[in-house]
Design a protein around this ligand. Structure first.
Ligand code: CUA
Length: 354
């Protein structure tokens, strides 16, 4: 008997914990502070939340009631056996259907009137358009002025945008399905190969907003992080101008495997390695790609290559030589577009420091 009271107390304590944790947990992923459609998302979230509260309480209450009311009191006790109850069954089927219908209508109305149309019917003009491309396991951001004037600026991993401006994100993927999710800015938007989804942002507060890929896409899904830095408009303009100015001096190396490279700088190479997100696949331990020390070892051991020429070819034309045990297709083949001769030399110097 003592034991059974103890079990009940334990059960009630657990339930109380769940009830206490529920709002915190729900709100942690609920209200959105920075997106253009944030009020609609929050309204919808609140309605759905308050619909689910009575359902939760009713279901948990009935479970608790059944546990206590129909518990075994004596060792040979057998509770009353009840089979079927048509009126009750019809009631809960119809009630559930009604609740789901209401949720469906609210959600569908929100999706068609706000989330999609706003982006497509042109009643808001973007001050900045960014092409967001997901791939295993990183994001590229390509910046366009207004609705389409090219800037040539591409950043990897970190997206920089101005505050209080309409920013249109056009989101796609080059390999498998990913999902662009920054909880404090907007709901999830899937990145699907061959298809472009849109997201509008108009963020009132500057700062760093973080998120991650929200669709399981492979071993390093967890490391497909998103940083969105929101700057004052003037600071953003200065940042973009500076990026564009440095582009003027930028000559991508492409797939050039032969012309001589300048001397590389290990430290800048390490920084570039981080900015380009290389470390997601090439870390201390072998993962999706060979580890840092294995790459350095392979480069030194490669027959018919100098260590430099081996790494250069592996970076610019990943599938020229297939590293054993790894799928070269996963390595993006466009690093030649993101690196100039100096950048490539820096990264090679960094890799050979291992
Ligand atoms: Cu990309 Cu998960």
């Amino acid at each position: 008997m003592k034991r059974s009271i103890f079990t009940h107390v334990l059960g009630l304590a657990a339930l109380a914990l769940v009830l206490l944790a529920l709002p915190a947990r729900a709100w942690a992923h609920g209200p959105v502070s920075g997106g253009a459609s944030r009020t609609d998302i929050n309204d919808l979230f609140n309605v759905l939340f308050w619909i689910s509260v009575p359902v939760f309480l009713l279901v948990e209450g009935l479970i608790l009631y059944a546990i206590i009311r129909y518990r075994r009191r004596r060792h040979d006790d057998m509770p009353e056996q009840i089979e079927g109850h048509r009126p009750l069954e019809i009631t809960w089927t119809v009630l559930s259907l009604l609740i789901i219908a209401v949720i469906f209508i609210l959600t569908a109305r929100f999706m068609t009137t706000r989330y999609q149309v706003e982006a497509d019917n042109g009643d808001v003009t973007p001050d900045l358009t960014v092409h967001v491309t997901g791939y295993m396991f990183n994001w590229d951001y390509e910046y366009f002025l207004g609705a389409g004037e090219e800037t040539g600026v591409i950043t990897t991993r970190k997206l920089t945008i101005p505050a209080n401006r309409n920013v249109l994100l056009e989101i796609t993927s080059t390999d498998v399905q990913h999902s662009f999710w920054v909880p404090d800015l907007a709901g999830k938007v899937d990145a699907i190969p061959g298809y472009t989804n849109t997201m509008w942002l108009n963020v009132p507060k500057t700062g760093l907003y973080t998120g991650n890929c929200a669709e399981y896409c492979g071993t390093l899904h967890y490391d497909m992080l998103i940083d969105v830095e929101v700057l004052e408009p003037a600071a953003f303009d200065a940042w973009l101008a500076q990026q564009m100015a440095s582009l003027g001096r930028f000559v991508p190396i492409g797939t050039d495997l032969t012309s001589p490279l300048p001397a590389g700088d290990e430290e800048r190479g390490e920084q570039l390695f981080g900015e380009l997100g290389c470390h997601s696949c090439h870390g201390e331990q072998p993962g999706v790609g060979p580890s840092l020390s294995n790459m350095a070892r392979d480069a030194r051991a490669a027959e018919g290559y100098t260590p430099e020429s081996y790494l250069r070819e592996s970076i610019l034309v990943p599938c020229a030589v297939q590293a054993e045990g790894y799928n070269c297709q996963i390595m993006p083949a466009d690093y030649g577009e993101k690196l100039d001769a100096q950048g490539l030399a820096d990264i090679i110097a960094y890799l050979l420091s291992h």
